[in-house]
Design a protein around this ligand. Sequence first.
Ligand SMILES: *Cc1c(COP(=O)(O)O)cnc(C)c1O
Length: 810
Amino acid sequence: MATLLSPAADKPVLTPLAAQILDTLVHRIGKDEKAARPHDWLAATIFTVRNDIIEKWMDSTREAHAKGAKRVYYLSLEFLIGRLLRDALSNLNQTHDIAGALKSLGVDLATIEEIEPDAALGNGGLGRLAACFMESLASLDLPAYGYGIRYVNGMFRQRIDDGFQVELPENWLQYGNPWEFERRESAYFIGFGGEVVGTETGHVHWKAAEGVEATAVDTPMVGWRGKRVNTLRLWTARAFDPIKLDQFNAGDFEGALAGQTRAETLTRVLYPNDSTAAGQELRLRQEYFFSSASIQDIVRRHIQYTGDIRTLPDKAAIQLNDTHPAVAVAELMRLLVDFHDLGFDEAWDITRATFGYTNHTLLPEALESWPLPLFERLLPRHMQLVYAINAKLLREAKAKGVDDRAIAAISLIAEGGERRVRMANLAFAGSHSINGVAALHTDLMKKTVFADLHALYPDRINNKTNGITPRRWLQQANPGLTALIREAIGDDFLDDAEKLSALDPFADDAGFRSRFASVKRANKVALAQHLKELMGIRIDPDAMYDVQIKRIHEYKRQLLNIVETVALYDQIRSHPERDWVPRVKLFGGKAASSYHNAKLIIKLANDVARRINADPAIGGLLKVAFVPNYNVSLAEKIIPAADLSEQISTAGMEASGTGNMKFALNGALTIGTLDGANVEIRDRVGDDNIVIFGLTADEVAEQRARGYDPRAAIDASPELSQALSGIASGVFSPDDPDRYKGLVGGLYDGDWFMLAADFDAYAAAQRQVDARWQNHEGWNAAAIRNVARVGWFSSDRTIREYAKDIWGVL
Ligand SMILES: *Cc1c(COP(=O)(O)O)cnc(C)c1O
């Protein structure tokens, strides 16, 4: 929308939209055009867009109410949302209008989009899944609420200092958050501690020793084409009595405010912990705090609309994203039994009919369990209910002739050593559906963690392979590719990602392949520019961009990639005459602050990068970069520019992965193991369009059972031996030659993640990738086939499956 010039005043006449933004700037932010800084323009733009959203939001709520629709409640301790402005504009089809209006005011939309902070209320895949699900729920026009915690400090910001990770608080609320609506009227009491007493009426009453108030803060979640706007409701903790006036007046200012500080601590930080259960009491408090507030809110809404608690499962489907909210099972039981006077058995039937549970990990160290004394001290009434549920469960098992070993395995209480409450078993027992997140993972769930519960309840476990929203991960992140696809096959795929299949024949069209290559190259140029500004590194857009970005974890095997990089470096130096493919190896990801080896792997990537990038002998054939502070916004920049996607976890250990889907959708080829959703990606793109290597999950289990000998595997591979001895002897760490002795020694001594067992297969697969890259036409054809064949991994498909099979809302 161009600015119109009024002949009379010779002053620009603004379009109504531009006038609205300006009016918001003045009256809401309190700045004029001259004083406004970029953040003020960002806020004014968001407030303007928000007005439109609010109307749709209220319509959505009214409509669900009028229809008496069943609602989906997604409980997750993490929502890794990223930025929202571009998402909202794109889904509302307002990008063009807002960009024009801002331009007439002298403001560049892209510039202010870039300064919106990432809402990083999650660690990695699990939290991002919750965010993709919220978008798909709204896009499919399903009434849904997300429930979580409004952390003041979400995921830490990662800085790399001299190659080491440094964790800094991410102050995402620094400039306020124009997306959120505080609902002071939706507040609940959350108790902790105290005792359970009987009352004269024969009821049981929990007298909590302390309590905080949970207050709702709502963010609108806009669906594709603005069809529906759902609510993400995040809880914030406050003291009931924010200030003790008598103490304050007596001069004890700190003491007077201590309660407020203590309450606020509850929702201050996200545990920067991707897979291992945090043992801290604060974590259990967080879990109960948000579960209780959410369940109270759901029950309150249900009673308000229907007046009959018994119909809860007809009107509410509650999905537990991993075990973090599993205590919600006991909380609902408490409300049904203690406040709604239901008998235990009836309450239990209602509870099970209402809950579904999604499992995200098989790693034993990541299966949450709480020391029983802690659980009992913090939640005495819930402890009683857990015992009662357990008694019922074990009686049922006994009646079916289950033996003592299996009884011990399905019990909600782990005996032997320190007694602990097993949250996965509680979530399983309290749910009518238990799902894994990829076919292989679901299969392994039945055979491992839940083998005995599965034998007892064979109909409960089901698979729901993860997905990603194509709006954020294709349309918004990769506008160039989106435009090219529209030109080729029209717009159908925008509403149904599986329609991307129409692109398949274009893989054989040389003209299309060439346009596809130009789009990829433009994305690579843009990334190169960004990385130059971000970290001062120069990377060549004509080299292969080989990318591994994800949380740093030994099972994800960044170390395998780094060691192979070192081996390749050795090879290039030994055989400079060979026809090497120029590669840029990009790494990115955060390590949990207490995870020593993961942090050492980050340092190693940086040490290797420094040495290789400074070596004139390899003539720029190999560049390595560790990109700091991997988050959603960085992923949106890197993934469209990737040629090769590294998905190389030890088979059987990655539940699904979703990064793998994002890369394939953006036309990168995968090099990967048969793990998680890689298996299903291979099934869809076809063997010829993916590079698979290494042990299968069965083979990993078999080797471990047989007694795997990593030393023998290392000795059998000259390339691996040479790379490891270089690393261990300090070639990459001359300032501290012993830095990696322990890390490499761990491979010789145990190598739980089977790096040595898979090394040669991985290196061979990489040379196969090189050969494929030399054939540019073949590479591009395979990349196009990836885009055309992974529409099934849209989170719309995943959510449709949940809606039909688990929630009963489709
Ligand atoms: C998609 C995504 C993940 C998950 O990546 P995986 O490779 O599946 O582990 C983690 N973090 C961010 C920021 C993401 O966007």
